[in-house]
Design a protein around this ligand. Structure first.
Ligand SMILES: *Cc1c(COP(=O)(O)O)cnc(C)c1O
Length: 394
């Protein structure tokens, strides 16, 4: 059956406001705390520490600047190799490059679509001197943290946890963003809660907290004039943005419940199709930020991807991400290919990639896609999306 396009665009993941955000923004306005100091920032810092269990949180302009601070704290030196998630958004490792470090990408495992602990172990055999591992939790699904931690500990390596996509997710009852020495979260517009922008560095280390705080404030020394001993950055969070985050925070659990319901409806809706959903381990509770679909190998039609565009050949009973994404777009719904693995990016063509044999990241990228996962998707809208996806396999 043919459906007309959705009247209102169905988004992958768009901001969902509730009302309190505006009140806290107005509070900043009315009290004239319109800069990078103020009550909204203090409240958000306190609430994030309470929520995650970290001792300290540094409020910053975005998640990427938080990762930059983490990389600085890890004292990565020019030419130094750093093990990084391969299947992630570029912000996980770009700050490594800002500091002159060289990302070495670690292949993905199939149980959570995150860094493979066995490939990480193999990477340490090849590069025993590596000191830092940067790990992301893709689409809100916690990585195999016990195994990753144990490999890191076995080699005396420091873990940076990129929990930008996984705020509120837990692993064995503990929040992501608490397993690394330095951890980050993001309040970007498409994340599970948003400030429109913003991010935080999370740590239990007081000295690290003080350093990151100072660096993000242009490394001002405590003098009456602008006094500088170190290179600084203008990475502070605005009190207006913190107001948005402050208004969103009480809705985190609600957003997670909505995203989980979306994930489960897709899973149920696709049960007769040759596809699986993005998997997670029993011991973890993802925040279900994005629902993703992986097409079985033998149900893939021919798909050709160049650097900037893709095409496919339609085949009965088969489909591919390109076909499904085009069908969604035609109906005014936004999907997205899975994040293109970093080792496949032209930017990182000279960087090493460590895998156990077959390239799991590339295989997931070939066969997977992110489905519309916006909080505001109703069961009726989702039913239609499911039918659109099903029609691609006819
Ligand atoms: C969103 C995101 C970030 C940080 O994003 P900002 O837009 O800088 O806040 C970092 N890592 C991952 C994996 C992300 O998805």
């Amino acid at each position: 059956m043919e459906y007309a396009p959705f009247e209102k665009k169905v988004w992958l993941s768009s901001p969902t406001m509730h009302g309190e955000e505006l009140e806290y923004m107005k509070l900043a306005f009315d009290t004239n705390w319109m800069s990078t100091v103020g009550g909204n920032i203090d409240a958000v810092v306190e609430e994030i520490c309470k929520l995650t269990g970290n001792k300290y949180a540094v409020p910053l302009s975005c998640g990427t600047s938080a990762i930059h601070m983490a990389v600085k704290l890890a004292e990565i030196k020019p030419g130094e190799k750093v093990f990084c998630s391969d299947m992630t958004f570029c912000a996980t490792q770009n700050p490594v490059v800002y500091e002159g470090g060289i990302p070495v990408f670690i292949d993905t495992e199939r149980d959570t679509w995150n860094m493979c602990p066995k490939a990480l172990e193999k990477a340490f055999e090849k590069y025993p001197d590596v000191r830092v591992v940067a790990l992301a939790h893709l689409y809100g699904t916690p990585a195999k943290l016990d195994e990753i931690k144990s490999v890191c500990d076995g080699h005396g390596a420091l873990l940076i946890e990129d929990a930008a996509e996984s705020l509120g997710s837990t692993y064995k009852g503990r929040q992501t963003g608490t397993f690394g020495k330095y951890n980050i979260i993001s309040f970007n517009g498409n994340k599970i809660i948003t400030g429109s922008a913003g991010g935080m560095l999370l740590t239990d280390d007081e000295e690290a907290y003080n350093k990151a705080w100072k660096w993000s404030n242009q490394s001002r020394e405590p003098a009456a004039w602008y006094q500088h001993e170190e290179l600084g950055y203008n990475y502070r969070m605005s009190n207006v943005i913190a107001g948005v985050v402050r208004g969103q925070l009480p809705y985190l659990q609600k957003h997670i419940a909505q995203k989980k319901a979306i994930y489960e409806r897709y899973k149920e809706g696709f049960k007769d199709l040759p596809v699986t959903m993005n998997p997670f381990e029993e011991c973890s509770k993802p925040n279900f930020w994005l629902s993703c679909l992986l097409i079985d190998k033998d149900a893939m039609c021919v798909q050709e991807r160049g650097e900037l565009s893709a095409s496919y050949r339609d085949e009965a009973g088969k489909s591919c991400p390109t076909q499904i994404l085009e069908a969604l777009a035609k109906h005014n719904a936004e999907g997205r290919p899975l994040w293109k693995p970093m080792h496949m990016q032209p930017l990182f063509k000279d960087n090493d990639f460590v895998s156990l044999g077959d390239d799991v990241s590339a295989d997931l990228f070939e066969r997977g896609l992110c489905l519309p996962s916006d909080n505001k998707i109703t069961p009726e809208i989702q039913y239609r999306i499911i039918q659109i996806v099903k029609s691609c396999f006819e």
